[in-house]
Design a protein around this ligand. Structure first.
Ligand code: MF3
Ligand code: CO
Ligand code: CO
Length: 260
């Protein structure tokens, strides 16, 4: 399969799936507190997705993934498996939600700082979020994927942090991960040129220390090799004639004002 262009009907289904995925992050926020386990958060999200949204949690059984959401704490980069670990004040947690509604996927993640987090966690999370929006600002017809990756990489590295290279954003639609791969680093003017009707995610993973990662023995959990803190934010986007429509924007979400 190559890159799909969504028809207006398909775009409407992507809007619905995106809004539902965003609503899960809105719903779970008050539950993210010291003492809760990531498996309890998984259960709450699973029930909400299935019973309230009448949707499917895409991660469950995806290539054997055992839970309905991903929970990645502190030096976990992505794909953390919910378990009986209790969150503590100071932890930095990413919750990554993907739902399927009417056959289409919505995929989004955000950081939560438990009990306000550390100064370093707050700064890392802020830069990671800003870097997502630096990427989103690039999106319009005629721009290349390399332009997006370059903008993200430059923004992050200028602030002393590093960008993970082994995992990337992705095309999305009736398939969870479809073409193209959306790298969060690269060279301007290279790679695929964007066209209206494309849908993909941008989901930069940003580390305090070096960019290198390793996979744990559970074959899912990705951690920083140097055990430094890592943060990630993700949105699902539709390329429009003018720019990007953020399909997973939360109702209270402010778009950051960015300096170059
Ligand atoms: N939601 C992740 C992404 O942004 C993928 C999770 S795959 C899983 O692409 F199997 F770990 F759930
Ligand atoms: Co994704
Ligand atoms: Co995701």
């Amino acid at each position: 399969m190559s890159v799909t262009i969504k028809t207006p009907e398909e775009q409407q289904k992507m809007r619905v799936a995106g809004r539902l995925a965003a609503s899960v992050l809105e719903m779970i926020e008050p539950h993210v507190r010291p003492g809760v386990t990531t498996d309890e958060l998984n259960t709450i999200c699973h029930r909400y997705i299935v019973e309230e949204l009448e949707a499917i949690p895409a991660p469950l059984n995806y290539n054997g993934f055992p839970k309905s959401i991903c929970t990645s704490v502190n030096h976990v980069v992505c794909h953390g498996i919910p378990g009986d670990k209790r969150l503590r004040k100071g932890d930095a947690l990413n919750i990554d939600i993907t739902v399927i509604k009417d056959g289409f996927h919505g995929d989004t993640s955000r950081m939560f700082l438990v009990g306000d987090g550390s100064i370093q966690a707050r700064r890392l999370s802020e830069v990671a979020r800003e870097s997502l929006f630096v990427g989103i600002e690039q999106v319009r017809p005629g721009v290349t994927l390399g332009d997006i990756g370059h903008a993200i990489q430059s923004y992050v590295e200028a602030r002393g942090f590093s960008v993970v290279r082994e995992y990337c954003g992705h095309g999305i639609g009736q398939v969870f991960h479809e073409e193209p791969q959306v790298l969060h680093y690269g060279e301007p003017g290279t790679g695929l040129t964007l066209e209206p009707g494309m849908c993909f995610t941008i989901e930069p993973m940003v580390n305090v220390g070096k960019r290198h990662v390793k996979l744990l023995a559970d074959d899912w959990t990705v951690v920083t090799k140097d055990h430094s803190l890592s943060a990630q934010w993700e949105h699902t986007l539709l390329v429009t004639d003018e720019g990007a429509e953020i399909l997973t924007l939360r109702s209270d979400e402010q778009i950051p004002q960015l300096s170059a």
